[in-house]
Design a protein around this ligand. Structure first.
Ligand code: HEM
Length: 188
């Protein structure tokens, strides 16, 4: 009990962290596994390449993370504690609220060659899907491992898996914290 040992979490803290980890650690990865898989299955050419060479799984997962951000498209709100000079010389003034867009950063043509193309062979893939700086996702390594295991296992155990409906008919859950698909019917 917290009353007896100050190093233990209080009931409130325990509730808060359990809830945070369920959202930050489960919903995110579960949603990305679904969204990434749906995109992959829509691209049979990519599936065949990964099946022929499973060493492509990590770079495929990174490219799906770069292009399929499943969070709501609102972005992340930040507040400038001090003046921040950007690389183009413009300055974000202290006290300004800034809405960041990971999607836009991931499609920056000065960073990524041909950014709107899903290139599973992409070597330099410094995307922003896990954030950056002091709040960089603490679960990124775990998420990457889960996504790689899920992708590799799915294609190995169900080599003929394919979408059972046209990709454009996949039902989307919009407006929530995560905007993944609500169902991904498949056949194998
Ligand atoms: C595909 C899966 C995931 C994505 C896309 C993702 C994305 C992110 C992003 C963008 C942030 C930074 C938020 C900000 O800048 O305010 C973040 C933070 C965080 N993530 Fe993840 N995440 C994923 C999986 C996980 C997993 C598996 C865990 C834990 C097991 C986790 C735990 C956290 C925590 C605790 C933070 C807060 C870090 C801090 O504020 O210092 N995430 N995540």
């Amino acid at each position: 009990m917290r009353d007896e040992d100050e190093n233990r979490l209080s009931d409130y803290e325990l509730h808060h962290w359990t809830q945070s980890l369920l959202i930050a650690g489960y919903v995110t990865t579960a949603s990305q596994i679904g969204t990434g898989t749906a995109v992959l299955l829509h691209r049979r050419d990519l599936v065949e390449q990964v099946k022929a060479d499973p060493e492509l799984v990590p770079s495929t997962v990174e490219e799906l993370l770069r292009t399929q951000i499943m969070g709501s498209s609102i972005g992340t709100l930040r507040y400038a504690l001090t003046d921040i000079e950007l690389s183009d010389g413009s300055v974000i003034k202290e006290g300004t609220s800034v809405l960041l867009s990971e999607e836009s950063a991931n499609m920056d043509e000065t960073v990524f060659d041909d950014p709107f193309t899903i290139d599973i062979h992409r070597k330099e893939n410094h995307h922003m899907t896990f954030g950056a700086g002091i709040h960089y996702c603490v679960g990124a390594a775990l998420a990457r491992m889960e996504l790689q295991v899920a992708t590799e296992t799915l294609l190995r155990r169900f080599p003929d898996i394919r979408l059972a409906v046209p990709a454009r008919d996949l039902p989307r859950g919009l407006g929530g914290f995560m905007e993944g698909f609500t169902a991904i019917p498949v056949t194998w």
